[in-house]
Structure formats: C-alpha cells, structure tokens
Design a binder for this molecule. Structure first.
Ligand code: ADP
Ligand code: MG
Length: 255
C-alpha cells in the first residue's frame, strides 16, 4: 500500500513527512484565502487545527486531499507532489471525515463503507465487506451495517463516516470539525473513537475546537488566523504561553 514517491528515492521514508505544505497559497477569485502556509505532519503525528470561523481551516485541509486546488506553493503527500496528475492517487491514501458526515443516504452503512474500496481500489466485494466489518467493529457500530444513515443518530453516522474513511486504509486521516454538527450528548462517543485511533499511532490532522481533545491528543496545535498559521506549538506551550493577542482572545472566547 505504501506510496513511495520516486522523487525521494534517496531519502529514507522515516525522515519524510506524510504531509508537507510549503508556502501554500489559495484564492477564491481575488480573495486570498490561504497565504504562505507551511506545515509538516510526520508519520504518527496528531495535529489539531483551530482558529476563528473563516480563517481558512476547511480550505486548508480540503487542499491537502485535492478537494480544492491551491494556487501557489507545494503540497507533498507521502513524497508525491499534489498535482492534477497525482491527485487521484493521493486521494486514495488520505481519509477524510466531514462536519456533516456526507454519507450517501441511499446506501446502507455497509455499502457506504465498501463503495470506494470496490470502485476506486478495485478490491473484490467479499474482501471489501470483510474490511468494512472490521472497521465498523473498530468504531463499535457493526450491528447497524444494514441500516440507512437516516436511521442512525448523528453520533452513529459520524462513526460510520470514520469507518468509511478507514476502509481505504489511508496513510493519514483528515477531520473537519467532526463534532460540530452533533448534539452535545453525542460529542463524546465521536471524540473517544478519534482518541482510540490516535492511540493506535495513526497520522491525523483534526480541525476542531474541542480543546480537551487537543490537549490530550495533539502533538502540535496550529492556530489559523486570516488564512495564515498564526502560531503552532505543542499543547502545553500553546495553552500556557500564547504569544499573540489574537490567540489569547481566541482561547478566552472558548472558555
Ligand atoms: P473555516 O473553515 O476556518 O471557517 P473556510 O476555509 O471555510 O474557513 O473559509 C475561509 C474563507 O474563504 C472564508 O472567508 C469563506 O467565506 C471563504 N470561502 C470558503 N469557501 C469559499 C468558496 N467556495 N468560494 C468563495 N469563498 C469561499
Ligand atoms: Mg470550516
């Protein structure tokens, strides 16, 4: 499964970040939404991204798996630069979980989980179903495999969405505010699932304002501010010594 980039043949894979962003820029029309964003995510690392609404968090992680095009700088995933030509291959190694779950409503839980493995990865159906059950067990929802998304709670739907992302056996998981659309009593079941995945040593980038999760799971927290990285630090430093007034204000508002 490893996607070894030819450009990095002489570099040991350990030394190479799973995701490397170099001076990434993006525009919506004339509006510069990302400006000079540079960030490395190493294998097994958990990065939490936070910041005010509109600061570019979703745009940033959507650029990483090619859901949005970037207009400047470089995005390198597992050693391959993200280009029009490499986009499809890279997306097969990046799992994505959205705020609104984005499950297919006309497909069962099982079918949601086998769709990409069967049609994109060309895995035989039986094998794809075994894999789906394995990850549905992992998020503790296998007994709902034959239900439709509308028959599940929000927390259950989000856990299915996580299982679906795992079914492509990605090198990295991206989460975009996975608990923001949930009723408060369902937030914990999803955070616990994410915490368990983190404990497995998975590489994760999570946009979230769940600062308890960030504190306990993140290796590095990134504060996005007006399209740029305002600050990036390990949790202790991030919370105890925020440098900018804008981060101080932001953290103050979360309390
Ligand atoms: P965040 O996830 O941090 O709330 P977004 O990445 O969604 O921020 O948006 C960053 C900025 O880009 C916002 O000003 C938003 O209005 C704008 N924006 C987002 N998507 C689009 C789009 N498809 N077209 C034009 N502007 C957009
Ligand atoms: Mg967003």
């Amino acid at each position: 499964m490893a996607n070894i980039g030819s450009a990095s043949a002489s570099v040991p894979s350990q030394a190479q970040p799973v995701i490397r962003l170099e001076n990434v820029e993006k525009y919506y029309g004339t509006f510069k939404v990302l400006e000079g964003v540079s960030l490395n995510v190493r294998s097994g690392e958990k990065v939490v991204v936070c910041g005010p609404s509109g600061s570019g968090k979703s745009t940033l992680i959507r650029c990483v798996n090619g859901l949005e095009d970037h207009h400047g700088g470089r995005i390198v995933v597992n050693g391959s630069e993200l280009t029009e030509a490499s986009k499809d291959q890279i997306r097969r190694t990046v799992g994505m979980v959205f705020q609104q779950f984005n499950l297919f409503p006309h497909l069962t839980v099982l079918e949601n989980c086998t769709l990409s493995p069967i049609w994109t990865l060309k895995i035989p159906r039986k094998q794809a179903e075994e894999r789906a059950y394995r990850y549905l067990e992992r998020v503790r929802i296998a007994e709902q495999a034959h239900k439709y998304p509308s028959q599940l709670s929000g927390g259950q739907q989000q856990r299915v969405a996580i299982a679906r992302a795992l079914c492509i056996e990605p090198q990295v998981l991206l989460f975009d505010e996975p608990t923001s659309a949930l009723d408060p009593e369902m937030v914990n079941e999803v955070l616990q699932t994410m915490q368990a995945l983190a404990a497995e040593g998975r590489t994760m980038v999570c946009v979230t304002h769940e600062m308890g999760f960030a504190r306990s799971v993140a290796d590095k927290i990134v504060f996005m501010d007006r399209g740029a990285i305002g600050e990036a630090a390990p949790p202790d430093e991030f919370f105890e010594n925020p440098r900018s007034e804008r981060l101080k204000n932001f953290l103050g508002q979360l309390k």
